[in-house]
Design a protein around this ligand. Structure first.
Ligand SMILES: C[S@@+](CC[C@H](N)C(=O)[O-])C[C@H]1O[C@@H](n2cnc3c(N)ncnc32)[C@H](O)[C@@H]1O
Length: 264
């Protein structure tokens, strides 16, 4: 099928190397977010897969192996797929026992042969991807789920969070271009997505949402945090469980299964 993604092309270019991506996440705010994401993923693995090390696991758009590494010692069969060779090079160092596949599952449905997976994750992809590419990718992932398997995806900039409203305002009112569609010499701002937009894309791809975990209510940026890092993680772990309050969290993690009726 025809598929073009400026977002994927950005990561294929030399300057968008894996090192650069990892450096952009090596700050106090991103590390605190990752600490909670890691705990949530481990909890979901316990809850839905009974922590079974025989789980067949695929991390789609695995990048530098950040999420694959969460399951490094927990799952034996790990596959990572990405369209960027530079990102996969870093992942190979972090998770040497994973099978890493370079290619595009949408344009090349035979990329993974007839393999099926009990658990598929895809983080920090759907938000930034062109909206028209979201459903084709989600469909391709749904087709890879084993019967009863789970797909876990995220939205890392909920439009109704403090930072999401600021990013939306910067783009819509101040005209700051959205990454990665940024003309040379200009600064870009991250996209935003609502829970409704995510749920619509998932439903159109034949997936039902089993649960949503919501994380990170307090804003921050780089090394600027509203609380010392250790307190922040504890405070956010508490806020994540407060219904209503957690609706304005920045990050959302969706646990999905194949719907009983899949749209044509
Ligand atoms: C922001 S990185 C996220 C990496 C990783 N999932 C994480 O959470 O750290 C986005 C990744 O998506 C990859 N990507 C974009 N479009 C893709 C596609 N169609 N198939 C596979 N990977 C894709 C990019 O190459 C890049 O490595």
């Amino acid at each position: 099928m025809a598929y073009r993604s400026v977002y994927a092309e950005h990561y294929q270019r030399a300057e968008a190397s894996g090192d650069e991506y990892d450096r952009s996440l090596a700050n106090r705010f991103e590390l605190a977010i990752f600490e909670l994401e890691r705990r949530q993923l481990q909890d979901l693995f316990r809850r839905y897969m009974a922590s079974d090390p025989r789980t067949r696991y695929l991390d789609f758009a695995c990048g530098t192996g950040r999420i694959l590494a969460v399951f490094r010692d927990r799952i034996r069969s790990k596959v990572g797929v990405d369209t960027s060779a530079g990102q996969l090079e870093i992942a190979r160092r972090k998770v040497p026992d994973a099978t890493l596949v370079h290619g595009n599952l949408v344009t090349d449905p035979g990329l993974l042969g007839d393999r099926q997976f009990d658990l598929i994750t895809s983080f920090r992809l759907l938000l930034n991807l062109e909206p028209e590419n979201r459903v084709p990718i989600l469909r391709a992932l749904r087709e890879r789920l084993s019967p009863g398997g789970y797909l876990i995806v995220d939205n890392h900039m909920n439009r109704y969070s403090v930072l999401g409203v600021a990013a939306w305002f910067a783009h819509r009112v101040l005209g700051v271009p959205r990454k990665p569609h940024v003309p040379p010499g200009r600064r870009g701002i991250i996209s935003t997505m609502t829970e409704r937009e995510m749920r619509e894309a998932l439903a159109a791809a034949g997936l039902t949402v089993e649960e949503v975990r919501r994380l990170f209510v307090l804003p921050g940026h780089g090394s600027v945090l509203l609380l010392p890092a250790r307190w922040l993680v504890a405070a956010e772990a508490f806020l994540a469980r407060v219904p209503g309050m957690n609706r304005i969290s920045k990050n959302q993690i969706y646990v999905c299964r194949t719907a009983s009726r899949v749209p044509a």
